[in-house]
Design a binder for this molecule. Structure first.
Ligand code: ARG
Ligand code: GLU
Length: 710
């Protein structure tokens, strides 16, 4: 025991200088001194300078979720395969499945438009706490929120911005600070290239979140602009965007301990929760969400394995559901293994010893989180049931529609938006299969939920076999599932039915599934949602206080604000890890390792013939490293999370060396408790990306656009 502790201690002291608690820094506030000590050769201004071209001008938020970066003077964008997945899928048919075959435009004319896809540049960041918190000292609850919202509106109105810019004001440190971001949104984004899934998603769900990894998780798009290089809706007359900066691509060999930083849009972390909240996630809400998805995934998989059309239809949905299912499993294990709750408790004791007043805050938080726990657990089940049942998702949309219609709120624009959303769901919807999923997860729900939360008659749903018959029958007569043949089938007659809304609403109100969902939702809102929200208002106020107290009391620690989808920089070193006793992970994988995993014909580990040929003939060109093999993926100590997918990993000089796409499983608890021993981000090596583009796809015209640093 002592030995293990000692070695963990030795490791952690080695790491203390670099982000002991992790760190996702606001780009205007990076610790330049520490970054330089770790090896950075450029300055903080080279990373983010609002007044002149800097690396920020090459980093964008991709379609509101992932990150992407510009890698040529003609607006060529690099992001992950899994970030472009929906778009690659939507250009696919059974005859020409771009997911299976890959896609490479022959020239710019061959690039494929993606209506609705956007990218956001951040051109300026300012701390605006004084403006936003002015006059809020004596306010609380709803008055406080209202004043803050008014201040935000007033701040935005007072700024002079261009027509193509917007401002977003975001709270940091639980509302102790506020920051304003100036955003420029480009709207004509075209698909340029993607490897087949057997490269871009190699290892699929088995290898997802896992190191050692061998995935070429990249795809390429291009930003188009109007003739003045400004944002514009799609037009064939638009021209490739000329960026203020683009990232040179390094194909130099990497060494362990090389400095690296990742620049992107991490989505959400909760690093400053009290022990009690971490315990509830670990023991209650994560396991509930995992249990629902266990069932949903198994049910989908049974059909996807035997039916190719279902496999294409459900590929994206399945991957999305499986992704967080697996992440939560890793998170629970990692929280246990890193002793997160115990560590938090010790930290709280340390804070109390320095500042006894903190005890009251922690006690109040403990009481509120305990009070909220049963409601949170029910909420976890409820929301996972709705999310994993397309039938209920549809019923939910129709339910809202009925209410909006009756409130007189359905104008033409709202109807178009609803129709688009419905079409999107129906496109990848198999009503029979979904009825099965719904029946099974409802049985789990009815069995696991306290009687006081169950709507009337819902305990009848405890029997799975009975549910299967019931859901199958009901979905055959429901007008919203697309299984009836008559004129009332919404999936097949959407335009016609929406032309007479009065009749449509009358019929929808009689639909058995909408009625069932309505009862389910009403009961959830009454028994749970209200309570969760009320308690959350109290918790938010206490978390704000607790955050401020941590920052005042723990003077040695450098605090960063939790991720909230705003632009951040994280830095660290290229490094492997020691996830278990006697187990050491190297920092880099190679093409030989891709081949070791190869299983001909397998749905996760098959490989394209051409890649195997390149391996057999060792046709690696300039893309091999000193081992003579092509490096594929590597790990580093950067603190990343969902949303950092597609983020550039840069070297000491600001050259692109990798494309972030994942974390290792043992470290996925870094969203709640970063542990320098276990947490690693996973990137695709730029050499592998260029190798695939050049040697596999023969897309030399793209290589020629790039600036390659040898
Ligand atoms: N785990 C990575 C992330 O959170 C990759 C997910 C996509 N890949 C997959 N096999 N589902 O997004
Ligand atoms: N794959 C994740 C994403 O889509 C990034 C991995 C992570 O959560 O760290 O953003």
């Amino acid at each position: 025991m002592k030995r293990i502790l000692l070695s963990a201690f030795a490791l952690s002291t080695v790491m203390t200088f670099a982000q002991q608690y992790g760190g996702m820094w606001i780009p205007t506030e990076v610790n330049e001194k520490e970054m330089k000590e770790l090896g950075m050769k450029i300055s903080a201004k080279d990373i983010f300078d609002p007044t002149k071209a800097s690396i920020k001008d090459a980093v964008v938020q991709f379609d509101g979720g992932c990150t992407a970066e510009i890698i040529s003077g003609k607006g060529l964008l690099l992001t992950n395969h899994h970030c472009g997945y929906d778009n690659i899928q939507s250009h696919s048919t059974v005859e020409n499945d771009l997911l299976t075959n890959g896609f490479w435009a022959k020239d710019m004319n061959g690039e494929l438009p993606n209506p609705g896809v956007t990218v956001d540049f951040i051109t300026d960041i300012k701390e605006v706490t004084k403006d936003i918190l002015a006059g809020t000292d004596n306010l609380s609850g709803a008055d406080l929120s209202k004043k803050i919202n008014d201040n935000i509106d007033a701040y935005k109105k007072a700024q002079k911005i261009e027509s193509y810019q917007t401002i977003s004001v975001r709270p940091m440190y639980y509302g102790n600070k506020y920051y304003a971001f100036v955003i420029e949104t480009y709207k004509d984004i075209r698909l340029v290239g993607a490897p087949p899934s057997s490269i871009g998603k190699y290892g699929s769900d088995t290898d997802n979140w896992v190191w050692p990894r061998h995935t070429g998780d990249f795809s390429m798009f291009r930003i188009y602009a109007d003739k003045n290089n400004k944002p514009a809706e799609y037009s064939k007359d638009n021209i490739p965007y000329t960026p203020k900066h683009f990232l040179p691509i390094s194909i130099k060999d990497k060494k362990e301990d090389d400095f690296t930083f990742v620049f992107g849009f991490p989505g959400r972390t909760t690093e400053y929760l009290p022990a009690i909240a971490v315990e509830k996630i670990m023991l209650e809400t994560d396991p509930a969400m995992i249990a629902v998805r266990d069932i949903a995934l198994k049910t989908l998989d049974e059909k996807m394995r035997v039916d190719p059309a279902t496999k294409i239809k459900y590929a994206s949905k399945y991957a999305r559901v499986a992704n967080y299912w697996k992440k939560w499993i890793g998170e629970v294990e990692g929280l246990k293994k890193s002793n997160a709750v115990e560590k938090k408790k010790q930290y709280e004791q340390m804070l109390i010893s320095k500042n006894p007043g903190i005890k009251t805050t922690i006690d109040q938080l403990t009481q509120k989180y305990n009070e909220q726990a049963p409601y949170n657990l029910h909420r976890a089940y409820y929301s996972e049931i709705v999310r994993n049942s397309d039938t209920f998702t549809l019923a939910g949309l129709f339910n809202n529609y009925i209410q909006s219609y009756e409130a007189g709120k359905m104008d033409a624009k709202n109807i178009d938006a609803l129709k688009a959303r419905l079409a999107d769901i129906y496109k990848d919807y198999d009503a029979e299969l979904d009825a099965k999923v719904t029946a099974k997860i409802l049985a789990l729900y009815a069995n696991k939920t306290e009687a006081k939360f169950l709507p009337k008659d819902f305990d009848q749903l405890k029997n799975e076999t009975r549910n299967l018959g019931m859901m199958d029958n009901v979905s055959k007569i429901s007008m919203i599932t697309g299984r009836t043949k008559d004129d009332n089938n919404v999936a097949k007659n959407m335009d016609k039915l929406f032309a007479d809304q009065k009749t449509l609403v009358e019929n929808l109100k009689k639909d058995p599934l909408i009625q069932m969902f309505g009862a389910f939702k009403t009961s959830y809102l009454e028994t749970t949602d209200k309570q969760v929200t009320a308690l959350q208002t109290d918790i938010d106020a206490l978390q704000k206080k607790f955050m401020a107290q941590q920052m005042e009391t723990d003077k040695d620690r450098k605090f960063f604000p939790d991720a909230n989808s705003t632009l951040r920089v994280t830095y660290g070193k290229v490094r492997g890890s020691n996830p278990r006793d006697a187990v050491t992970y190297g920092y880099q994988t190679h093409l030989a390792g891709v081949m070791e995993k190869y299983i001909p014909g397998d749905y996760e580990f098959d490989l394209p013939k051409k890649l195997i040929n390149l391996y057999n003939t060792k046709d690696y060109g300039i893309y091999k490293d000193k081992t003579g093999d092509v490096p594929v993926n590597f790990t580093a100590t950067n603190h990343t999370t969902g949303g950092n997918s597609g983020s550039p990993a840069l070297d000491a000089n600001g050259n692109l060396i990798g494309l972030n796409f994942d974390r290792q499983w043992e470290g996925t608890m870094s969203d709640i408790n970063y542990d320098p021993r276990l947490c690693r981000n996973i990137m695709v090596d730029t050499k592998y990306i260029l190798f695939v583009i050049d040697k596999y796809a023969d897309a030399k015209w793209l290589i020629n656009e790039m600036k390659i640093v040898k």
